[in-house]
Design a binder for this molecule. Structure first.
Ligand SMILES: [Zn+2]
Length: 377
C-alpha cells in the first residue's frame, strides 16, 4: 500500500494493538492542524468487522543494535535503523565502553532523531576492537561503574560478549566482572552467548532475574535447546529465575529451526531485536520488522510479537513514557501493515542461509515521536 496520509487534518482508520489493552480495537488516527497525532473514537472491533489495513502500537524498541556511527566500524546511523524503519527507541548493545561512552552521548545521540539508550560494554573501549574483553587490562570495573553513574539516563545496563573468539583465555572472567559492575549499579546485564568456551551452561548459571540473554536462538555448537525445542537444564533454570530471552538476530546468531522448535514447545522470547550492523543490514537482518516477521512465521501471535518490541523491552530499559496521553494525544507510536507480499528487496533467510517463507509480512509505515508522525522513507 502507499504510505499512510499523515498531513495535518487527515483521518485514517487503524487497528490498535496495545499490549496493555484486551484484544484488538479499532480507532481513528487523526493529525491535528498543528501536526500532532491523536487516536480518537476507539472501540472494540465487532465480530465480522473488517480490520483496517493500518495497525498502530506503542513505538517499537530495538533492544540490541549497533549505532555508534563513525566510531565503531560495524555501527550504522541511528535513524537508518530507527525512525526510518518504525523504531522509536534503539538500545545500542555495547558499542561503547566506559572509555568511549562520552562520544556516543556528545556526538551521536544529538545527531539522531531516534531515542537512544545504551548497554555499556564491560570492555573499556567497546567495539572499536572486536576482541574487547580478551585481555584483563581491557576491563576496569570501578571506571565502568563511574561511567554508568555519570549517565544514568542513557546507560540502562551492562553488556558482556561471553563467547570463545571474544574472551580468548579470559574464560568466564569478563562475565563475572560485568556482573559485578551491573550489580554495583543495580542495572541488568545483557549477555551474548555463542561458541564455547565458556560453556553456555556456565554462562547461564551466572545470570540473575532481569538479566538478558541475547542471541538466544543461535544454532552454534552447544546451543541451549533440545531438538524438540525444550530448553536445556541450565536454560530452564535461568528462565525459571526470571532471566529474559532476547532474539538478537545478527549475522550469525539466529537459527530458524531452533527458534521455531522453541516457540512450538511453548517458549517465546521476551524481546525481539535485530543486532543490526553494517554486516547484516543488507541481509539477513534488513530491519526490525523483518525479524518480527520471522518470529511471526515461527508461530508467535501478532500480539506477542508486538509486545516483544514494545512493553517488554521498555520494561527492561525502564522507559516510563506512556504512548498516549489525555484526549488520545500520542507521545510515541509505530504504524505498520501486515500484508500478503514481501516488501521489495526483502529476502528471508536465517543467519545460516536457511530460507524462511512467511505468509504475512510486517512492514513499518510511520513512526510517531514526540507526538509528530513521520512516514518511513
Ligand atoms: Zn551485537
Amino acid at each position: 500500500m502507499p504510505g499512510p496520509a499523515l498531513d495535518p487534518g487527515t483521518q485514517t482508520p487503524v487497528a490498535v494493538i496495545d499490549p496493555q489493552g484486551s484484544g484488538t480495537t479499532v480507532a481513528t488516527l487523526q493529525v491535528s492542524a498543528a501536526g500532532q497525532a491523536e487516536l480518537v473514537d476507539e472501540r472494540p472491533q465487532q465480530p465480522g468487522e473488517t480490520t483496517p489495513e493500518l495497525f498502530i502500537s506503542p513505538g517499537w524498541v530495538d533492544l540490541h543494535a549497533h549505532v555508534y556511527d563513525g566510531t565503531t566500524q560495524i555501527s550504522v546511523h541511528p535513524d537508518r535503523v530507527g525512525l526510518d524503519h518504525g523504531v522509536h527507541t534503539v538500545a545500542d548493545a555495547g558499542s561503547a565502553g566506559q572509555a568511549t561512552l562520552r562520544g556516543l552521548i556528545d556526538y551521536v545521540i544529538p545527531s539522531a532523531r531516534t531515542q537512544i539508550k545504551a548497554w555499556l560494554n564491560i570492555g573499556s573501549h567497546g567495539l572499536v576492537h572486536l576482541r574487547e574483553v580478551a585481555d584483563s587490562t581491557f576491563i576496569d570495573v570501578p571506571a565502568t561503574v563511574a561511567a554508568v553513574a555519570s549517565a544514568p539516563d542513557v546507560v540502562r545496563g551492562i553488556k558482556v560478549r561471553s563467547s570463545g573468539l571474544i574472551v580468548g583465555n579470559m574464560g568466564l572472567q569478563p562475565l563475572q566482572l560485568g556482573k559485578l559492575a551491573a550489580r554495583e549499579c543495580g542495572i541488568p546485564l545483557m549477555v551474548h552467548i555463542g561458541e564455547a568456551p565458556p560453556l553456555i551452561d556456565d554462562v547461564l548459571d551466572l545470570l540473575d532475574e532481569g538479566d538478558v540473554v541475547t542471541h538466544c536462538f543461535h544454532g552454534k555448537t552447544g546451543f541451549p535447546w533440545a531438538p524438540d525445542g525444550q530448553p536445556s537444564a541450565a536454560m530452564r533454570r535461568a528462565i525459571d529465575r526470571g532471566v529474559k530471552l532476547d532474539v538478537g538476530h545478527g549475522a550469525a546468531s539466529f537459527d530458524i529451526t531452533v527458534a521455531g522448535s522453541a516457540v512450538a514447545a511453548g517458549v517465546t522470547p521476551s524481546s525481539i531485536s535485530t543486532d543490526i550492523h553494517v554486516r547484516n543490514i543488507n541481509g539477513p537482518v534488513f530491519d526490525l520488522a523483518t525479524v518480527m516477521t520471522k518470529m511471526l512465521t515461527c508461530g508467535m501471535s501478532l500480539a506477542a510479537v508486538v509486545r516483544a518490541v514494545t512493553e517488554a523491552p521498555r520494561e527492561t530499559l525502564r522507559l516510563v513514557e506512556p504512548w498516549r496521553g489525555d484526549g488520545g494525544r500520542l507521545h510515541h507510536a509505530t504504524l505498520f501493515t501486515l500484508g500478503d507480499e514481501a516488501p521489495e528487496g526483502r529476502r528471508y533467510v536465517d543467519a545460516g542461509g536457511k530460507p524462511i517463507t512467511p505468509t504475512q509480512h510486517l512492514v513499518a509505515q510511520a513512526t510517531v515521536t514526540a507526538g509528530t508522525p513521520r512516514p518511513c522513507p
